[in-house]
Design a protein around this ligand. Structure first.
Ligand code: PMP
Length: 463
């Protein structure tokens, strides 16, 4: 019998089973669920994707990406397969389509084409000088070693100071973990929170990567549709309809990627009062042009905050972010950080201290420029007939409605790239409910936005 023993499988074989047509072959195929078509019998392949070892009448198979051919009872030749065997966890992850558009656009640029980027969610501004200088100093002063796994104490203190000054909330440095970008912070939170099958409520549209972070940690993303006419805002009633025994948390992201809209104070109050932990992605705070943003910590302590330096400080490539969490979660997440990441980059963290303490004037300057671009983009998209029901007032995105065109957002985005030479993000990247939209980023110069939108306008006229 062939049976499973952790990653090894073993089966007793008789010498007359060694032919690919023999009994052993059939048993192996059944047990491993290998389809005949994947195997090349002419080469006497015994197992694809399994390392096969023959020992005292037993076949041992290791679930690794090897191709094993048997040349006799006790001889086998093992070579690495070109086609690797990929785990279900990884093969089921969907691509981040915006990155696919960007990479295709870069390929076109390498071939000499002039492409305008309205797809990518990163400020075109250079990182403020005071931040670069602080990082320079840190390198010169030899601050080039591991830091505490929770992050530099000075940075954690600066984060607490920042939250106190900006939102009037008191956070202890012991509640903060500094990470290499906000993305690893998402991973830490979900890894500490989720058991297999636990649910997390997210809006749809949502940031493209949320469902994948949840699924890769065996959780289940549960979407609540939000609608254009309502400024893509969650209602607590719609959230409550999706809450079940397995719901672990509600996720909010205000200002939101991809909608650019903010959640009203009243809506955040209602969501906080549901009583489940709220995970609040505050990465676009600081990029709000009307009204003002609120931290979830103003409303409840039963909350996890995600934040980072990529957006408001134009530091995407620095990879620096952080989370704030209830103290009892810190040690478990710290252990994950120690094992998986050790610590965030040391000198980059010194840049982070300068960002929070010295870069306010730069942030104001960038925000003013973003705001001019926002107004221009909204006006132009409306002129082009890509209707915007409620004006987005934060982040640097506008969703344009393309439902009147008989094509999918995916096809249209790649067609615009090919024919109009403008990168835009297809709505489908941000959830099923975002199909029928394109996301336009105004993290590019006014001149480029103007040129890019003109190209798209001409493209649409030809449809
Ligand atoms: N959250 C949101 C909503 C985002 O848009 C992004 C980046 N696009 C991230 C998290 C991750 O940002 P980073 O890892 O660069 O800090």
């Amino acid at each position: 019998m062939v049976f499973t023993n952790k990653s090894w499988r073993s089966g007793r074989i008789d010498s007359n089973c060694l032919s690919p047509k023999g009994e052993f072959w059939n048993r192996l195929e059944q047990a491993l669920d290998l389809s005949k078509s994947t195997l090349d019998k002419r080469k006497s392949v015994y197992a694809v994707g399994y390392k096969l070892k023959y020992e005292r009448g037993n076949i041992f198979l290791n679930r690794r990406r090897f191709l094993t051919t048997c040349c006799g009872e006790s001889q086998s030749k093992t070579e690495l397969l070109e086609e690797p065997m990929i785990s279900r966890r990884t093969s089921e992850i969907s691509p981040f389509i915006v990155m696919d558009v960007l990479e295709k656009a870069q390929e076109m640029e390498r071939a000499g084409e002039d492409v305008i980027h309205l797809e990518v969610g990163e400020p075109d501004f250079d990182t403020p000088l005071c931040i670069k200088e602080a990082c320079d100093r840190a390198i010169k002063d030899g601050k080039t070693h591991y830091t505490h796994s929770l992050g530099l104490f000075e940075l954690r203190e600066a984060i607490c100071e920042y939250y106190f000054t900006k939102y009037d909330v008191t956070v202890s440095p012991d509640q903060v973990i500094v990470t290499s970008g906000t993305s690893p912070a998402l991973f830490l939170i979900f890894s500490a929170m989720l058991e297999k099958g636990d649910e997390v409520i997210i809006s749809d549209p949502h940031y493209a990567c949320y469902p994948n972070f949840i699924s890769i940690l065996d959780g289940v993303p549960v979407s609540v549709n939000v609608y254009e006419e309502e400024g893509f805002q969650y209602t607590s009633q719609a959230i409550e309809e999706k809450i079940g025994a397995g719901t672990k948390a509600i996720m909010i992201n205000s200002p939101s990627n991809p909608t650019g809209n903010l959640l009203d104070k009243e809506r955040i109050t209602e969501i906080a009062s549901i009583g489940l932990p709220v995970i609040s992605d505050e990465i676009y705070h600081g990029l709000v042009y009307e009204d003002s943003e609120h931290s979830i910590l103003e409303f409840t302590d039963n909350a996890f905050v995600l934040n980072g330096f990529s957006k408001q400080f134009a530091m995407t490539g620095w990879r620096l972010g952080y989370l704030i969490a209830p103290e009892e979660y810190i040690r478990p997440m710290q252990k994950v950080q120690q094992n998986l990441f050790i610590s965030a980059n040391s000198f980059v963290q010194w840049g982070g201290v300068a960002a929070l303490r010295e870069a306010e004037a730069d942030v104001i300057r960038m925000r003013e420029m973003f705001n001019k671009r926002r107004k221009f983009m909204i006006q132009r998209l409306r002129e082009m007939g890509l209707g915007i029901a409620v004006e987005p007032t934060g982040a640097f995105y506008v969703l344009g409605n393309i439902k009147k065109y008989p094509t999918s957002s995916y096809e249209m985005a790649f067609d615009i790239l090919k024919r109009a030479k403008v990168g835009v993000a297809p709505g489908i990247d941000f959830g099923k409910n975002c199909e029928g939209y394109l996301r336009f980023s105004y993290a590019n110069s006014l001149e480029n936005i103007e040129k890019g939108l003109l190209r798209i306008e001409n493209y649409l006229k030809e449809l």
